[in-house]
Design a protein around this ligand. Structure first.
Ligand SMILES: [Mg+2]
Length: 333
C-alpha cells in the first residue's frame, strides 16, 4: 500500500515482548481510534512490515530475536512505499542510549513505564509529520499531472508522448503484442478560427478530444496533443486493422456532427493516418520516430487525396514493401 492510499488512516505496528505492556499499548492506541497490530518481537514485526506497509511503528527496545534497534535499522534499509515514523519505547534513560536509539533511525522515544498522555502527544506529532508527507506527495502528483497535460483540451501533451510512447513500443515488442498509432488532424482548422473566431476553434478542439476519449478504452488507450490541431491516439494491443475500424467510426461521427458555439453551427471533418505493428511483423527497428513518421505519411496521403479519410499501414519488416509499392493496406475513399 502506498502512503497516499492511506487517506489519513495511519495504522500502527506495535512490537513489545511483555504481554501486559503490549495489552496496555494496544488499548491506549485503539481508544484513540487507531488501527493497531501488535506482535511480540522485532522479527515478527519486520516480517509483517515486509508484507504490509505501516507508517507508524512503536517498538520496545529490549526484545528476544530482534530488538528495537535492529528492527529500526531493518526498516530503514527496507524500500518502503512511504516514510515510516518509528518510536522506541525504552526504560533506558541515559543520554548515550537515547543517542544510540535515534542513530539507529528512530524518530522519537518514549520512556517506560510510559505515560499515556505523553504517548498520545508523541503520536500526534508523528501524525502531523505523516500528514505533511501525504500532502506533499499529493502536491507533487498534481504538479506531475499538470506537466503532462495539455491545458486547453486536457489530453496529454507532447512531453507525455516523448516519455511514454517508447515504453509502450518496448512493452509491445517484448510481449509480442500489437500496437497502433492514429495521427489525426482536423481538416482546414484555420478556417474555423478565421471564420468563427479563436474561441470557436478552442471549443472544437475540446469537443473533439472529449468525443475521442469516449470512444477509446479508458484503461489502455490514450490521446495526446501532437501539434495545434493534430492529435496522436495510442492504441496498445491493437493492430492497424482494429485502429482503422476505430478511426473510421470517429471520422464518420465527427463529419456528421454539428458543432455549436455561441449560436453558430458548423461542421468539421478530420483525416487519420495510422501506423502499427504486431508480433508477426515487428522487429527491433521500430521506434517512436518510425511509427510517427509512417502515421504522418498516411495522414499526408489523406490530405493529398482530399481529406476526410483514413489510411493505415503496417510498419516493421514489411514496411519497405508497403512504402515502395505505395500500396496501402487500407484506403478509404
Ligand atoms: Mg522488552
Amino acid at each position: 500500500m502506498n502512503i497516499s492510499d492511506l487517506n489519513g488512516h495511519f495504522p500502527i505496528l506495535v512490537a513489545e515482548d511483555d504481554p501486559i505492556a503490549r495489552k496496555i499499548l494496544e488499548k491506549t492506541l485503539t481508544k484513540e481510534g487507531h488501527e493497531v497490530v501488535s506482535v511480540e518481537n522485532g522479527r515478527k514485526a519486520f516480517d509483517l512490515f515486509k508484507e504490509r506497509f505501516f507508517p507508524i511503528i512503536l517498538t520496545d527496545w529490549m526484545m528476544p530475536e530482534m530488538d528495537g534497534i535492529e528492527l529500526c535499522r531493518a526498516v530503514r534499509n527496507h524500500q518502503a512505499s512511504g516514510y515510516v515514523f518509528v518510536i522506541i519505547l525504552t526504560s533506558k534513560d541515559s543520554k548515550g542510549d537515547i543517542v544510540t536509539g535515534l542513530n539507529s533511525g528512530a524518530d522519537d522515544y518514549v520512556q517506560k513505564p510510559f505515560n499515556p498522555a505523553e504517548l498520545k502527544a508523541r503520536i500526534k506529532t508523528c501524525l502531523r509529520i505523516l500528514e505533511l508527507e501525504r500532502s506533499l506527495k499529493e502536491a507533487n502528483e498534481n504538479i506531475r499531472i499538470l506537466s503532462i497535460t495539455d491545458p486547453l483540451t486536457k489530453s496529454y501533451n507532447r512531453g507525455y508522448i516523448t516519455e511514454c510512447l517508447p515504453k509502450e513500443i518496448n512493452r509491445a515488442i517484448r510481449y509480442k503484442r500489437s500496437l497502433s498509432l492514429v495521427l489525426c488532424d482536423i481538416d482546414h482548422f484555420k478556417k474555423v478560427n478565421d471564420t468563427y473566431g479563436h474561441p470557436s476553434g478552442d471549443h472544437v478542439l475540446i469537443e473533439f478530444v472529449n468525443s475521442i476519449k469516449q470512444s477509446i478504452r479508458q484503461d489502455l488507450d490514450w490521446i495526446a496533443r501532437y501539434g495545434g490541431e493534430e492529435f496522436l491516439i495510442v492504441l496498445p494491443e491493437t493492430g492497424p486493422e482494429g485502429a482503422y475500424i476505430l478511426a473510421e467510426r470517429l471520422r464518420n461521427s465527427i463529419s456528421k456532427r454539428k458543432f455549436i458555439f455561441q449560436e453558430k453551427a458548423f461542421n468539421i471533418t478530420c483525416s487519420f493516418g495510422i501506423s502499427g505493428f504486431d508480433s508477426a511483423t515487428s522487429d527491433e527497428n521500430i521506434s517512436s520516430e518510425s511509427l510517427i513518421n509512417a502515421a504522418d505519411h498516411y495522414l499526408y496521403q489523406c490530405k493529398l487525396e482530399g481529406r476526410n479519410r483514413v489510411k493505415a499501414g503496417y510498419v516493421g519488416k514489411t514496411q519497405s514493401a508497403i512504402f515502395n509499392d505505395k500500396r496501402l493496406l487500407f484506403n478509404h475513399q
